[in-house]
Write a new protein. Structure first.
Length: 431
């Protein structure tokens, strides 16, 4: 929803696109760290507890954002929202794993597709709903809407999510703190924060920030390799090529998708002069295409075909954006949204199935959290690309710069997908 409110927020506080990009980055920075942490907690303490606790944080974020007296408080609200919502996906994957153990078989592809459909449904209606809220009640409605959503989800979760099965906190009586690896979490969060500060100020780049990032990344790798139960199991990821390539593919795909979700909407408002409500309606074809394709992707037996089609659609959409200007006809604007809606449905569902197929069953919550971490690193990179392309205001030349970079990444995605032997049907087995 925030995508159609960035311009209004910038005008209210007297700041430009490069500053409002922090509303994107801080949420995804918090999510990138919190997803694997809460995934591990869901594996350890139980999915239901973690999901409900996350909703409490989401409710608090809505209160702060609704009443924020300054832009800094909006940053706090988005940070809390990133932490709170990070409980949903890994908790859901843990619930599916526990249910699979109860019935004696893994979750079928259509069940995974419904989870993806729920996620995509929220992402898909977000720009449209956000535009309507900004038009009717102002940008604060973007934050206020989290209050009833969190309350409803808490009640429904309490009634419907199965009770958490008993499980030991850690082997050999290891404490919860030691099993969670707080030092690893701290190193990862600090390294990622430094990287985000570097990425968000690329004109010109602050090169010296790469030195502390390299040191922190090296310390993180050294510590994770020494730990018997690391925060990020680098050995497992290095030995599990299909899973590692799924993370790379997922993160790169969503870099392109978020460039459109945030960068394209800003261009529609600032360069083309559409209102927030009109922009939300213009993004509706993207939303509908994402929902339809998520259902169609669930009906396919393979993973490679839907991924390839999604990557081709991403690349084609980026090429189309490259030629946009102030005189681009309305039907072509709508077609661009469809080009980016198709991969949202196909890529999200297919990569989710790939994680389910290749991740170790006992740590599916952590693996799912790392998948979302890859997605949010892509989102952070997208906000950096948007800030570099636009500066303080969206423009035709900035859109072309962003679209050109996305087209090159789309070609890389196509090659990565076509050359991945693990995506062939004969190799689609659990590792």
């Amino acid at each position: 929803m925030i995508s159609t409110a960035l311009v209004a927020i910038g005008h209210h506080f007297g700041i430009g696109a490069a500053d409002t990009a922090w509303l994107i980055s801080v949420l995804y920075l918090a999510s990138a760290v919190a997803q694997p942490v809460l995934g591990k907690l869901a594996d350890t303490l139980g999915a239901r507890r973690i999901f409900l606790a996350g909703l409490v944080v989401v409710f608090a974020s809505g209160l702060i954002g609704m009443a924020a007296p300054s832009f800094g408080w909006l940053i706090v609200s988005r940070l809390l929202l990133g932490v709170g919502t990070s409980s949903a996906y890994p908790a859901a994957m843990s619930v599916l794993r526990d249910e699979g153990r109860r019935v004696g078989r893994p979750a079928p592809r259509p069940v995974l597709a419904r989870l993806s459909f729920a996620t995509l449904g929220c992402m898909a209606v977000g720009p449209t709903l956000g535009g309507v809220l900004v038009m009717l009640v102002g940008w604060r409605g973007i934050f206020a809407v989290n209050l009833p959503v969190a309350l409803i989800a808490f009640v429904v979760g309490t009634l419907w999510i199965p009770a958490d099965p008993p499980r030991a906190l850690a082997p050999s009586g290891e404490s919860l703190g030691r099993s969670l690896d707080p030092l690893g979490i701290g190193l990862f969060a600090t390294a990622l924060t430094v990287l985000v500060f570097f990425l968000l100020d690329l004109a010109p780049p602050v090169w010296w920030l790469l030195a502390p990032f390299a040191v922190l990344a090296g310390l993180l790798a050294w510590w994770q390799l020494r730990r018997p139960r690391p925060f990020i199991d680098l050995r497992m990821i290095a030995a599990n090529g299909p899973l590692a390539r799924t993370y790379l593919r997922h993160g790169t795909s969503y870099l392109l998708i978020y460039c459109v979700m945030y960068g394209y909407t800003q261009w529609l408002e600032e360069a083309r002069g559409f209102s927030s409500g009109d922009t939300g309606l213009l993004m509706l074809p993207m939303s509908l295409a994402a929902l339809v394709c998520s259902l169609l992707g669930a009906r396919t037996k393979g993973i490679r075909g839907p991924l390839t089609l999604g990557c081709l659609s991403l690349t084609g959409g980026a090429v189309l954006l490259f030629f946009f200007s102030g005189s681009t006809p309305l039907p072509v604007l709508l077609l661009a949204g469809v080009c980016f809606g198709v991969p949202q449905g196909l890529i999200g569902t297919s990569n989710q199935a790939a994680v389910q197929a290749h991740a170790p069953p006992e740590s599916i919550g952590s693996a799912a959290g790392l998948q979302r971490t890859a997605q949010y690193i892509g989102a952070i990179s997208a906000s950096s690309l948007i800030a570099l392309a636009y500066g303080q205001r969206a423009s035709d030349s900035g859109l072309r710069l962003m679209a050109g970079a996305c087209a090159l990444l789309g070609v890389f995605l196509i090659l990565l997908t076509l050359t991945d032997r693990a995506l062939r049907p004969a190799r689609g087995v659990r590792h």
